[in-house]
Structure formats: C-alpha cells, structure tokens
Design a protein around this ligand. Structure first.
Ligand code: NAD
Length: 361
C-alpha cells in the first residue's frame, strides 16, 4: 500500500498522473475549495463537488485526487468523450450549513475553468446547491431550476442494477432476482432507488443506514428488512451493494464477507483497490468495479451536457451491463476485475489519443 501521507502534492500528482490541481479561497464567505483535473485526454471533465469536513487538509487533497482519477476511468469505461475531474469544499465543521453565498463562490471558482471542469452533485451537494452555483457559471450540471439534469441518483441506481445482472450471468446463475437476497449498505439517494428496483424485480433486500429517516423511507419498500450497520457487510447474501461511503472493504474485513458478489454505487469502495481487488479474487468473490457500475449518474449529466438525445442516453445506460460483462470476462487473464477495468479505460484513452495524433498530421 502506498504511503500517500508521506508524499507532497506534486509527488501525489505525479503518482496518479494529474494534469492540474487548483486551490481557492473566498474571503467573504470563508469558502475553501480544491478542483482536481486528472485528465482531459478524452475531453472536458465533469465531476461532482463534495462538501465534507476533513480532519486535515492532507485528507482533502487525498480525497479529491483519488476521486478525480476515478472519474477519468469512469468516463472512459462508459464510452464518454470526457476526461476526469472532481472538486471538494473543505467545511469548517461537520454539518456546516450550505448557503447561496457559498455555492455562488464555488460557482465563480468553477467558472475559471471555462468548461474544462464541469461541476455537479456529490456528497453534501444537492440540486439546490447546484442551481445556486449555476447563477455564476454555465459549467455545472444536475440542477432543477437554473442548471439542467436534476438528481442523477435514479440513473446511478439503474446502472448498478444492470451491472448486477451481468454479475449473476458471469457466475452462471439465472438473471432473475426472485428469491435472491441483496444487502445494501446505505439507503440514501442511490441506495433507496436501488432497493426499489430490486423490490420490483422480486428480491429480498436487507439494508442498514446510520440515518433513521432513510431507514423509515426504506421500510415502505416491499421485501425490505433492516439490520444494524455493524453487521451489514458480513450479512449472508447473494449480492452485497455498498452504497454509503468509500473504503468500506479492506484487507482486514474481506475474510468476514458472506457474499459471492460485490456490486454497489459507492465510489472507491475498496480501501486499496490494487491490493484488495486481488484479495477478493483469491477469495472467489466477484467484485464489479465501482467506477464501471456506478457510471449512470455521470452518463446522464455528461450526456445531457454533450447534447445527447434521450435514446442515446438510454442506450449508454443499458450498455453498463455489457461493459461490466466484458470487464468481468477480461479479468480472467488479469490479476483482478479492478485491473481489467483500468486496462479497458487506459486502452480507450490511448486509442483516442492515437486518433488525435492522426488528425494532427
Ligand atoms: P447519500 O448521502 O444520499 O447516501 C448515502 C447513505 O449512506 C446515507 O443515507 C447515509 O446515512 C448512509 N451511510 C453513511 N455511512 C453509513 C454507514 N457506515 N453504514 C450505513 N449507512 C451509512 O449518497 P448517494 O448519492 O446515495 O451516494 C452513495 C454513494 O454512491 C456515495 O459513495 C457516492 O459517492 C456514490 N455515487 C453516487 C452517485 C449519485 O448519482 N448520487 C453516482 C456515483 C457514485
């Protein structure tokens, strides 16, 4: 495992191959934010803005660098002509209230990139915040009144659901959720929609969440049972769907998992993707790479930004199932499914760069 704590910013940028990292502060509102553009090899880059209270600045830098790198692979695997970027707002304390002034300051920061970076929702940012940002920049997606796109979560959930079908098929099982048990960690925006899709498909669903309100909402879905947050990851199930935060699967808890398949929406679900994906492979647990299966939200917002039609968008959403199947198959000759997904992304980036060179001559 690399020791990111010991690296300075340029070393981290070099290690992950980042193009650009920008810091911003707005004196009037106290906003402190970072935009990280990992790659524009395939085009401009859309990535959410995360509002989070980080214990240290180093934690914020680590988060934004790793999230933006993931966006490059996500866009490439989704077949979008988009690069990878992400931004974080460093909250002064947990639960710091979002205001129009803060969002507009962030919008002005985003506007500096003149479209090379396009912001959207992430943890702590909702459609209202996006609409406030959109008062200052046209390079933001996922609003309801000023920006377009709306909440991308239903599309992300649909993509995860489609990817689950590819996982079942890959395991040689019937692609039928009737009688299957799916454990969902986190029934927030994506987890809730996912539970509904699985319920409609006849699954038994076990969920856990730290927010009582979200559990109450989930209780109304047919087939949903509640368990506690400590046991959800080790619950016996046919598919485990982490839909809360990242780094929940670690080298030390893989032996406690009780599932043959992991397929969920959470970004960076593996603490150390290179190592943990190999450990999962060795434990005969099929891991569907997070950035492949959770691309639905990006497809929707990036696709709309790029002017795709509804039909083109729907085809791209459906295609997540085939891409997942392709990667799971290709992983047979790789060290892990994560490695196979990265290889597919890099291949697409290289192919696009090759085409550009041909045009340039
Ligand atoms: P959200 O904040 O609406 O939902 C997350 C839920 O997880 C919340 O209900 C929260 O209470 C719960 N949670 C947090 N810690 C938990 C714990 N230890 N145990 C159980 N529950 C816990 O976020 P979301 O938009 O649903 O996104 C979920 C994940 O999917 C995030 O990692 C996000 O980055 C990723 N993702 C979301 C989208 C999207 O379209 N919203 C797209 C791609 C990836």
């Amino acid at each position: 495992m690399r020791d990111w704590d010991q690296m300075n910013i340029f070393e981290q940028m070099t290690e992950r191959d980042h193009e650009r990292v920008c810091f911003y502060q707005d004196r009037a509102t106290g906003l402190r934010a970072i935009v990280a553009i990992h790659s524009t090899a395939l085009g401009n880059a859309l990535g959410g803005t995360r509002r989070w209270h980080y214990t240290t600045e180093a934690d914020a830098i680590y988060d934004v660098l790793r999230l933006s790198e993931g966006m490059t692979y996500k866009a490439a695997c989704a077949g979008l002509p988009m690069g990878g970027a992400k931004s974080v707002i460093l909250l002064p304390q947990r639960g710091h209230e979002a205001t129009e002034a803060e969002a507009r300051a962030m919008g002005r920061f985003v506007n500096n990139f003149t479209g090379q970076y396009i912001a959207a929702e992430d943890v702590g940012v909702n459609t209202q915040f996006v609409d406030w940002m959109a008062l200052e920049t046209k390079h933001v997606m996922g609003g309801e009144k000023v920006a377009i796109g709306g909440d991308p979560s239903p599309y992300t959930a649909k993509g995860v659901f489609n990817a689950m079908k590819a996982c079942l098929a890959h395991r040689g099982e019937a692609v039928d959720f009737t009688g299957k048990t799916i454990a969902i960690q986190g029934v927030g925006s994506v987890g809730h929609y996912l539970a509904k899709l699985l319920s409609d498909a006849g699954a038994r669903i076990i969920v856990a969440d730290i927010k009582e309100g979200n559990l109450d909402r989930a209780r109304s879905i047919k087939g949903v049972e509640i368990t506690d947050t400590d046991s959800i990851l080790s619950t016996e199930c046919d598919i485990l769907a982490p839909c809360a935060l990242g780094s929940v699967i670690t080298g030390s808890n893989i032996s406690t998992l009780n599932t043959p398949i992991i397929c969920g929406a959470a970004n960076n679900v593996l603490e150390d993707p290179d190592e943990d994906a190999v450990l999962l492979n060795n434990a005969d647990i099929l891991y569907a790479p997070d950035f492949v299966v959770n691309a639905g939200g990006l497809i929707e917002l990036a696709g709309l930004y790029l002017g795709m039609t509804r039909q083109q968008l729907d085809e791209k959403h459906d295609h997540i199932e085939q891409t997942t199947a392709q990667i799971l198959t290709e992983a047979k000759s790789q060290s892990s499914t994560h490695a196979a997904a990265i290889a597919v992304a890099l291949q697409r980036i290289k192919a696009a760069a090759g085409k550009e060179q041909v045009h340039a001559h």
